[in-house]
Write a protein that binds this ligand. Sequence first.
Ligand code: COA
Length: 188
Amino acid sequence: MPDIVAVTPEDFRLWAEHIDRLFRESGRNGQPLFSPFEEAPGASSPERQGRFESSLVVPVREPGWMRAWSVQDPARRIVCHLDLSGSNIPSENHRMTLGIGCEQGFRRRGIGTVLMRLALDFASEHGIEWIDLFVFGENAAAIALYERFGFAESGRRRDRFRLMGRMVDDVMMTLQIPPSAESNAIWA
Ligand SMILES: CC(C)(COP(=O)(O)OP(=O)(O)OC[C@H]1O[C@@H](n2cnc3c(N)ncnc32)[C@H](O)[C@@H]1OP(=O)(O)O)[C@@H](O)C(=O)NCCC(=O)NCCS
């Protein structure tokens, strides 16, 4: 299994290049749709860079936090990623949203599974009680992975996107993480 490394603010260019390559695969060569853009929009705008760099240093559970991990190929390009992010408002800080993706040559090698485990462990360590994610209804590979970890559909926006001549449902899936003894004490 390749190494999984925490992403730092300095990794923005490598990160944006990976997201662009990944999004270009969406809906092509027999792949399911997983990007809301037909053409990769270019992940490297200055606004995105600013948000990326600042969110990675916001303390976990403070408004606007994000953490990310990557797997790199021998040429040090990012080929898989996991991102976890919190809300911008404090009353949602018991939840986080998960994003994940591997470029085509790196799928079905167990990397997604290892990244999902990392996400669940991270939630437990930080007292985060719910993980949300969004997945397109036709993305059977991702849905199978999420269901393996206990995620269940918690909402569906039918026909949210029209992409490549298809109507695409946006499915919300959610997993509850049992609260640790420590966070239970807050409510006692
Ligand atoms: C979804 C994704 C992250 C899975 O990562 P992965 O590294 O390929 O997953 P794993 O190798 O750990 O597979 C774990 C399990 O997921 C399921 N799975 C993965 N790919 C699958 C596929 N093509 N078809 C059916 N099930 C699949 C299987 O249950 C698999 O277990 P198995 O190999 O023992 O059968 C990967 O397919 C991907 O990056 N897809 C493109 C981007 C994307 O869809 N991101 C999610 C957007 S919400």
